[in-house]
Design a protein around this ligand. Structure first.
Ligand SMILES: NCc1[nH]cc(CCC(=O)O)c1CC(=O)O
Length: 312
């Protein structure tokens, strides 16, 4: 194989880890293949200090990478599936989803072992409305304080004493070698994850069949069907990881079980729905659970959130 594969990637530690992971897997699957990284600074990284929901627009982290693909400056882009918008620009698509890492949220603290061990009034850092809604529903006494930045920055802010605990995706911590910082994993029952959490996906040009074939050994079918159902739910609710929508699918044999949740950011109300369907109906399952959430009143909650975040 004479061709080189160029991977467009953000420069954050997690993005670089994921790009290096895909590079290593590609080299392993295709001995002799040349794979290189094309690091770029994304608009989301430049705006790391502003609340994401307020600067608005899904996929802030993704756009620059897509431009590089369209302008043929790179061949593939590696994404956290949780951050990938539902729709792709003309000429691009998602052609590979790798095996999912731990999908749960993780409780990280230097003083306490778990959420339940936090004294009343403790300060918990997260800027995810999804995490905030579920935390406050269970522990209305907690104070949620805004926390952004990449994984290293967030841990540094915890260590500086600004928070009693912070909540992060377990997957990011594990990938970056910070597994020992996880004091307890929060069950999916207590904190339903964001759609796609823990999974890495690969975007490339739709016409580049040579790349599609090279990516095939990295594709993990079980993860892909689960994430397909989750993304269908998100898409139907016009959601992303910056809104209080959670969803999580698991396989029970050849049957998919999808749970979804929409919550008021203050935890006052959590709407839940779930359903099962055959793997072949993954997308329809996502739409079905989303529709059930809408019937329960999810639209009213999301209208307020989108309004505040400046969405249409
Ligand atoms: N929204 C940021 C983001 N996007 C992906 C991950 C890491 C975990 C994953 O792959 O889902 C994180 C950090 C976090 O939420 O703690």
């Amino acid at each position: 194989m004479s061709r080189e594969i160029r991977i467009a990637t953000r420069k954050s530690a997690l993005a670089l880890w994921q790009a290096e992971f895909v590079k290593a897997r590609l080299e392993e699957a295709h001995p002799g293949l040349k794979v290189s990284l094309v690091p770029m600074v994304s608009k989301g990284d430049k705006l790391l200090d502003a609340p994401l929901a307020k600067i608005g627009g899904k996929g802030l982290f993704v756009k620059e990478l897509e431009t590089a693909l369209l302008e043929n400056e790179a061949d593939i882009a590696v994404h956290s599936m949780k951050d990938v918008p539902m729709d792709f620009p003309e000429g691009l698509g998602l052609y590979c989803i790798c095996e999912r890492e731990d999908p749960r949220d993780a409780f990280v603290s230097n003083r306490f072992d778990s959420l339940d061990a936090l004294p009343a009034g403790s300060v918990v850092g997260t800027s995810s409305l999804r995490r905030q809604a579920q935390l406050l529903a269970r522990r209305p006494d907690l104070k949620i304080q805004f926390l952004r930045g990449n994984v290293n920055t967030r841990l540094a802010k915890l260590d500086a004493g600004e928070y009693d605990a912070i909540i992060l995706a377990a997957a990011g911590l594990i990938r970056l070698g910070f597994e020992d910082r996880i004091r307890s994993s929060i069950s999916v029952e207590d904190s339903l994850p964001a759609g796609g959490q823990g999974a890495v996906g690969i975007e490339c040009r739709s016409a580049d069949s040579e790349i599609h074939a090279l990516l095939a050994p990295l594709h993990h079918r079980d993860t892909a069907v689960r994430v397909t159902a989750e993304r269908a739910l998100n898409k139907h609710l016009n959601g992303g990881c910056q809104v209080p929508i959670a969803c999580y699918a698991v396989l029970e044999g050849e049957q998919l079980w999808l749970r979804g949740l929409v919550g008021q950011p203050d935890g006052g109300q959590l709407l839940r729905a779930e359903a099962r369907a055959a793997v072949a109906d993954a997308e329809a399952l996502g739409v079905k659970v989303a529709d059930e959430l809408l019937e329960l009143g999810a639209g009213d909650i999301l209208k307020v959130v989108y309004g505040e975040a400046g969405h249409p």
